[in-house]
Design a protein around this ligand. Structure first.
Ligand code: FAD
Length: 582
């Protein structure tokens, strides 16, 4: 019996037992087998009866959450659902652990191992959260109403459309793939955004091999079928290329020996390097690794069109246009705003923006009681220079027109919280103290500065305002932050905990959201990975791959998926990947 089937059976036997029983079972296994981590799904207590929400009696504020991705789920996870009437709308009735999607494309892990049903999660909240499997088609901001439509595939009876009223709306719908209007992309490319995309790629890769070994094909035709092209040299494209290389070289070459020398993997990148958002050493390491593996990396090339047979690109340096035949193309070049969000942006005066803008408290600009987080939004960080006169006035307590160091020190903490770019600027300039900014050009302390001197001293700090990357890490931290704000709404109304308002009086109700970068991985195949770790550390090689395994196992949203993922990795180590086209 495989480890997986053992767990499946054990889970069936223990289904319905409290978490403590499961904990005992797995702790026992862990001690005897040594390989399994302890099961601590402590919140799961199936013995508690569900509390039905009675809509008529419900005086609670209605919170509607759109989306069950990283941002939405992390918001729901910590939200005090007893304080609100919570409803969740998403066309996906599961959460997907997207960082492992590239592994699904080649069967290193199975699709179901990286998803957790939303209803499993809300069951743990004693029925206080209601879930609707539907897509929000329109946000009516003026009337605080949502129009939703069930998106299931079956032709079931009943109306698919319904509307919901909200008091607070949390938009966490993520983003969609961006084709940059390149002709032929939608029709002829695979994407790697959803679980279904990964499953489709897995089937198509096997198709390419099965087609290539059919009798009656010329060698050129076999070569074309086995030419896998990845457009986009970011983390997703690179990870997919690495996974595919491993799949081909560790598993498929043994099953399709006659065509093993005809396989080619190409990565097309418009920039000068792949993984260019990482440290230079990581880009370089990845390029060298791919070159050793025989993965063709073509940098400085922009794809201009695609057909089912050929991919046409322009070489930026020479302007030359060339076409190459392909068997399969995966398009992984970035994301763009979803139509429902674009429509909402038009209603609230953000039509000319690319992404929905929020303030630092994740409140949508131009719309009351609407919050947006994750890939669908971007924080518009307030600039110091916009408030410089107000900051000066607030700090200059004696209205002397000159700011002393002591007066400046009194507002420093509020400045650092309200404008995090100041901290980043100090770090980039290797300055230890904010008061160092007020020193004269020779580095000597001054008794005081007037408004012009103050402006000059802080004139460059806003260069450090950066938009946050579209990552799961950002989305999850924003979800957790917002749920804390919701949980403490009443408390912080009476006792605001945020920084002082430089424009206006009093303090902000909450501290603004602050992102904490915990590092980023780039798995490169062949049990090699690279990572950028906090504190500007860079780590590369096999040990980093093991760090990747442990971090990704620990980050799973439930013990069920954790056990499934770890057992999938174990299965792959022992038996290799499955090449069935299912
Ligand atoms: P999503 O997770 O995309 O969730 C959006 C949710 O909204 C979904 O449930 C969707 O069904 C739902 N939805 C969509 N439209 C509607 C609608 N109209 N109404 C209601 N609901 C709707 N990030 C990392 O930090 N590390 C990684 O290693 C990493 N690897 C990645 C690998 C891949 C292949 C991909 C695709 C992404 C990866 N990311 C990674 C990025 C990360 O997945 C995203 O940044 C993250 O998913 C954003 O979270 P989100 O909640 O904003 O959106």
């Amino acid at each position: 019996m495989t480890i997986l089937s053992f767990f499946t059976r054990a889970s069936r036997v223990f289904n319905g037992y409290p978490a403590s029983s499961k904990l005992l079972l797995l702790c026992t296994l862990s001690l005897s087998g040594g390989g399994v981590v302890a099961y601590s799904e402590s919140q799961a207590d199936a013995s508690k009866t569900s509390v039905q929400v009675n809509e008529k009696d419900c005086k609670k504020k209605r919170v509607v959450v759109l989306g069950t991705g990283w941002a939405g789920i992390s918001f729901l996870k910590d939200l005090d659902v007893s304080a609100y009437d919570v409803q969740v709308v998403s066309p996906r009735n599961y959460f997907a652990f997207t960082p492992l999607l590239p592994s699904v494309t080649c069967g290193t892990v199975e699709a179901r191992s990286i998803v957790e049903p939303v209803r499993n999660m809300i069951k743990k909240r004693n029925g206080e959260v209601r879930f609707w499997e539907a897509e929000c088609m329109k946000i009516d901001a003026a009337n605080k109403k949502l129009l939703c439509r069930h998106t299931g595939e079956n032709n079931l009876v009943g109306n698919d459309e319904f509307s919901l009223d909200y008091d607070y709306l949390v938009i966490a719908v993520g983003a969609q793939v961006n084709t940059f209007n390149t002709p032929g992309v939608l029709e002829n490319c695979h994407f790697l955004k959803e679980v279904e995309d990964a499953q489709k790629i897995r089937r198509s890769v096997i198709d390419c091999f099965e087609k290539a070994v059919l009798p009656g094909l010329t060698e050129e035709e076999r070569r074309t079928n086995l030419h896998f092209v990845i457009v986009g040299g970011g983390p997703t494209g690179v990870e997919f290329a690495a996974e595919l290389h491993d799949f081909v070289n560790e598993d498929l070459v043994n099953l399709y020996p006659s065509v093993k020398d005809l396989v080619k993997i190409t990565v097309i990148q418009s920039g000068d390097h792949i993984l260019n958002m990482f440290d230079e050493r990581i880009s370089c390491f990845a390029e060298q690794k791919f070159s050793r593996d025989g993965i063709d990396v073509q940098t400085g090339c922009r794809v201009i069109s695609l057909s089912d047979k050929e991919i046409t690109m322009k070489i930026k340096s020479t302007g030359e246009i060339c076409s190459v035949p392909h068997g399969l193309v995966v398009w992984s070049t970035g994301v763009q705003t979803r139509p429902v969000v674009k429509d909402f942006m038009a209603q609230i005066g953000q039509a000319n923006r690319r992404v929905l803008a929020t303030d630092e408290w994740l409140r949508v600009k131009g719309s009351e009681d609407v919050y947006a987080l994750g890939d669908c939004a971007s924080i518009n960080q307030r600039k110091v220079m916009e408030d410089i006169a107000a900051i000066f006035k607030a700090a200059d307590k004696d209205n002397s027109g000159s700011l002393t160091i002591k007066e400046f020190e009194d507002v420093i903490d509020d400045i650092l919280v309200r404008y995090p770019q100041v901290k980043h600027y100090l770090k980039s300039k290797h300055l230890r103290d904010v008061t160092d900014l007020l020193k004269d050009p020779e580095g000597n302390a001054r008794d005081g500065v007037d408004i012009e001197g103050f402006k000059l001293a802080l004139s460059h700090v806003d260069t450090q305002v950066k938009s946050l990357p579209a990552t799961a890490q950002v989305a999850a931290q924003q979800g957790a932050y917002l749920s804390k704000c919701f949980n403490r709404k009443n408390q912080c109304e009476d006792h605001p905990e945020g920084p002082r308002r430089f424009k206006g009086s009093g303090r902000h109700q909450f501290r603004p959201f602050q992102y904490k970068h915990l590092g980023q991985f780039a798995p490169l195949g062949g049990e090699q990975a690279a990572a950028e770790l906090p504190g500007d550390w860079v780590s590369m090689g096999q040990s980093t791959q093991w760090l990747w395994y442990s971090v990704y196992a620990s980050k799973q949203v439930s013990w069920r998926t954790r056990v499934l993922v770890v057992s999938d990795w174990t299965r792959r180590f022992i038996f290799g990947r499955d090449s069935s086209r299912i």
